[in-house]
Ligand binder design. Structure first.
Ligand code: SF4
Ligand code: SF4
Length: 382
């Protein structure tokens, strides 16, 4: 079997020149953008645009990366458009705040809202038999996935596979969070099923400045200085796991995806192009406090120990501005605003950490389960 190819290219900063050089370099190592884009193809570029944050907060894909991909698609003869479906705030508002709306206008490119939904049958290997996705994702000739390298309280990292959750239109995301978010495994399975249906042609990961710690919303920017690219999103994500010091089996989407044969999860089956993994390893990368160690506990015992093991969102009342964005977006309706404070009903909370991602004030952090707290530490890497 041919190995999956993943390219790794250094990118020291977000200047347009540096980013264009790095993204082009990453694509050239995979035989160039022309290997993915045919003349006249309608190419949908899908960044991470989940909530309205400034680019330097490292929550969304940086506009320079989006601009570089638009340029390369056009140079290869494709017709680029940019689309996503933020959960909160509307696409134009979120894209404006993230600096992507300016890029789209400057490049005279279309911004596509994912408001038209189609129901798609899942693959026979998957668990979720049907999924609802944006019509624009299905109708395009090629999808280029542009995730940001970030930690995530529920999925540990948000990379190529998790970024596709944005292909489920905003109004439907809440329902899918509820259907699939009963536990991490079920949510990861849904993401993998979605990946199996959508299969982006190319994944380009913005890891120039990533996010570590309590992502997706409350983590801290971490300079990494890299662009990753590859056609196999599971291989790209598994490669990144090695770079930041996470074992790929600990990233459930990689484990499930490779078990189902949707991609390559093992390094021995991946051909790394450009920089070597050892040369670019990120030392002491911080993972979310919600990350559960793989103790191999049987499921019934894990259920009993849920509160001891599982981290929870916690409102920082000293920072909270009572804007109620989190209350509006919480998929399980576990949040309330009463008596001048935000409350969380933990018996309803599915630990999706959407509230942390939505909060514009970083007023929601992650409180570790008390048992995990005894053992401390959430460092990766060596
Ligand atoms: S309280 Fe936060 S973590 Fe819990 S279900 Fe609501 S949005 Fe998700
Ligand atoms: S926690 Fe954040 S999102 Fe929720 S009300 Fe407070 S400031 Fe707004």
């Amino acid at each position: 079997m041919a190995k999956a190819k993943v390219s790794i290219v250094r990118c020291p900063d977000y200047s347009e020149k540096s980013v264009l050089r790095a993204v082009k370099g990453a694509a050239d190592l995979l035989d160039g953008m022309e290997a993915f884009v045919r003349m006249g193809d309608r190419v949908l570029i899908k960044p991470n645009l989940l909530s309205a944050r400034d680019p330097e907060k490292a929550v969304t894909t940086h506009p320079s990366v989006v601009k570089a991909v638009i340029q390369l698609v056009r140079d290869a003869g494709g017709v680029p458009m940019v689309g996503d479906s933020p959960s909160i705030g509307g696409l134009v508002k979120v894209a404006s705040k993230a600096g992507i709306y300016d890029v789209v206008r400057e490049m005279n490119c279309k911004l596509v809202d994912f408001d038209d939904v189609v129901e798609i049958r899942g693959s026979h290997q998957g668990v979720f038999k049907t999924l609802e996705v944006a019509r624009a994702v299905i109708d395009c000739d090629l999808l280029i996935n542009l995730p940001k390298l970030k930690t995530h309280g529920m999925t540990t990292m948000t990379l190529s596979v998790k970024n596709l959750f944005g292909c489920i239109p905003g109004t439907k995301k809440i329902q899918w969070h509820l259907k699939a978010g009963v536990n991490r495994h079920s949510f990861a399975q849904m993401l993998v099923d979605l990946y199996g249906i959508i299969r982006p042609g190319l994944n380009v990961v913005d890891a120039v400045v990533g996010m570590e710690g309590d992502g997706p919303g409350g983590g801290d920017p971490r300079e990494i200085g890299l662009i990753f690219a590859g056609a196999d999103g599971i291989a790209v994500d598994s490669t990144i796991c090695h770079v930041v010091g996470l074992q790929p089996p600990d990233l459930l989407t990689s484990r499930i995806g490779s078990d189902l044969g949707l991609g390559v999860g093992q390094l021995k089956d991946i051909e790394i192009m450009g920089e070597g993994i050892e040369e670019v390893k990120v030392r002491g990368f911080l993972f979310p406090r919600s990350m559960e160690p793989q103790w191999g506990l049987p499921q019934p015992l894990r259920g009993l120990l849920r509160n001891a093991l599982t981290a929870k969102p916690r409102i920082r009342e000293d920072i909270c501005k009572l804007c109620e964005v989190c209350v509006e977006g919480c998929p399980s309706r576990a949040m309330t605003s009463e008596g001048g404070k935000i409350g969380i009903d933990y018996s309803k909370c599915i630990r999706c950490f959407c509230c942390s991602e939505f909060c514009p004030e970083r007023a929601i952090d992650i409180k570790q389960g008390w048992l995990l707290g005894l053992f401390g530490g959430h460092h990766g890497g060596d």
